[in-house]
Design a protein around this ligand. Structure first.
Ligand code: DHB
Ligand code: FE
Length: 279
């Protein structure tokens, strides 16, 4: 049977992807960020999952404001990098796992999570930057990826509690898949950041670190946080962190934090990375 080995939380700041693509990763501004991900890269290479379920948000690339699905699941075998205005990133195509995607779609919808099915989609920085941070610059991504896109762009986004419960349903679905696949789930986006208006550039280190603490220590507190708290304490774009709660929901009640990295500045965002293993 398939099993979920671990969860990863990571930021997805697009400028990090550009820094890597343009050969700037050794520059003083970017080097501490790439250095901070070295342990995670090693861990992922050693863990060597067959499939990563990557929870992310599209930023007006695959979906405009004309269609805004709350939760949508990639159910195909190829997701090319999207053109976000400067041409597609020079990164490998993302290969899906069609059979596990089909199984997830069926299991989740029968479990009453009415996901939108995506049969064709290009993936933006929300998905490719986490892959770059966690894998570097390989010729091909070393595992299959199933994209799960969450609306955190257009009000109203889903609640943290709903996200956590979707994670629970994903856990059940994966554990009922017949093939012996090793799966890692990534929750991406965040941490505190606001890109526009009077509070642009705001960061909340204390709040972010308590969020990281409570991913292993007090998940019950995290799932009850409401949208206003994310907005007030972590900036307008901090709501991306509800996606980490989907990842957390796919893990056991008890998890062990095996790595944490937190760094400011990374463009306008507090960069966070955590690895949680099932115990
Ligand atoms: C930045 C962060 C994001 O999460 C994003 O989607 C775009 C930009 C930033 O910090 O620049
Ligand atoms: Fe974002």
């Amino acid at each position: 049977m398939a099993k979920i080995l671990a969860g990863v939380g990571t930021s997805h700041v697009p400028a990090i992807g550009a820094a890597l693509d343009l050969g700037k990763s050794e520059e003083p501004y970017w080097k501490p960020i790439f250095d901070g991900y070295e342990k995670s890269k090693q861990w992922l290479a050693e863990t060597n999952p067959d499939v990563v379920i990557l929870v992310y948000n599209d930023h007006g690339t695959a979906f405009g404001l004309d269609v805004v699905p709350t939760f949508s699941l990639g159910v195909t075998d190829l997701y090319p990098p999207a053109d976000e205005g400067w041409g597609p990133r020079p990164v490998p195509d993302v290969h899906g796992h069609l059979e596990l995607s089909r199984h997830l779609a069926e299991s989740l919808i029968f479990d009453e999570f009415d996901l939108t099915i995506i049969n064709e989609m290009a993936v933006d920085h929300g998905l490719t930057v986490p892959l770059s941070l966690m894998c570097g610059q390989p010729e091909a991504w070393p595992f299959k990826v199933i994209p799960l896109a969450v609306n955190v762009v257009q009000y109203p986004p889903p609640t943290g509690n709903r996200c956590f419960n979707l994670g629970r349903a994903i856990k059940k679905a994966v554990e009922n898949f017949d093939d012996d696949l090793n799966v890692v789930v990534m929750g991406t986006g965040g941490m505190s950041h606001q890109l526009h208006g009077e509070r642009a550039g705001m960061i909340n280190r204390e709040w972010d670190n308590r969020f990281l603490d409570d991913l292993s220590g007090d998940v019950k507190r995290l799932v009850q946080l409401d949208h206003v708290e994310y907005m007030r304490e972590t900036g307008a774009e901090g709501i991306e962190m509800v996606m980490w709660l989907i990842m957390r929901g796919t893990l056991n009640d008890n998890v062990k934090e095996v790595y944490r990295f937190y760094h400011v500045p990374g463009s306008n965002t507090a960069i966070g990375n955590i690895i949680l293993e099932n115990v």
